[in-house]
Write a protein that binds this ligand. Structure first.
Ligand code: MN3
Length: 198
């Protein structure tokens, strides 16, 4: 398959003031588009043509770094746009809340660990809530990597590359992560991915 850039699932100004129109214009229209275009060029003539995106991500990891970086980032951003919504955050669907409490301890502990993972990712990368061996775990990863290459299924992720927050938060990555958790997370999409993963 070739990669295509999806439309954002909301208006460019719909996530303000937590994520501005300007951030989404740069992040979606320029950064994500570049991963799509570079990924398509790098895919041509490789053994991965015709494979699913997930197969390209896991198959190219450790074998074809340029392709992996762009395919990984395409996968991450496809989900990232859906992991947010206007008036997000708030109540966590019962089934996931129960599983978070069971595996991580409490909702507050999850939020604390998730934010700490994002703050603690040195340089560019992502923080995750993922299902691994039947348990929910908080992970982090550098650059374009994601839990698929750690043998886990991502159900929530946040982009901590500076392009995701520098326009709105400058160097205040912790403030961006707190706003993401409290005001942007689309828990319905997290629940959808969780039900597919179990
Ligand atoms: Mn990004």
């Amino acid at each position: 398959m070739s990669f295509t850039l999806p439309e954002l699932p909301y208006a460019y100004d719909a996530l303000a003031p937590y994520m501005s129109r300007e951030t989404l214009e740069y992040h979606h229209d320029k950064h994500h588009l570049a991963y799509v275009n570079n990924g398509n060029n790098l895919l041509k003539g490789t053994e991965f043509e015709g494979k699913s995106l997930e197969e390209i991500v896991t198959g190219s990891f450790g074998k074809n770094a340029p392709l992996f970086n762009n395919a990984g980032q395409h996968y991450n951003h496809l989900h990232f746009w859906n992991w947010m919504k206007p008036n997000g955050g708030g109540a966590i669907p019962g089934e996931i809340e129960k599983k978070i409490i069971e595996d991580i301890g409490s909702v507050d502990k999850f939020k604390e660990d998730f934010i700490a993972a994002g703050v603690g990712q040195f340089g560019s990368g992502w923080a995750w809530l993922a299902l691994k061996d039947g348990k929910l775990v908080v992970l982090k990863s550098p650059n374009g990597e994601n839990p698929l290459v750690q043998g886990a299924t991502p159900i929530l992720g946040v982009d901590v590359w500076e392009h995701s927050y520098y326009i709105d938060y400058r160097n205040r990555r912790p403030d961006y992560l707190k706003a993401f958790v409290d005001h942007l997370v689309n828990w319905d999409y997290v629940a959808e991915l969780y039900s597919k993963a179990v």
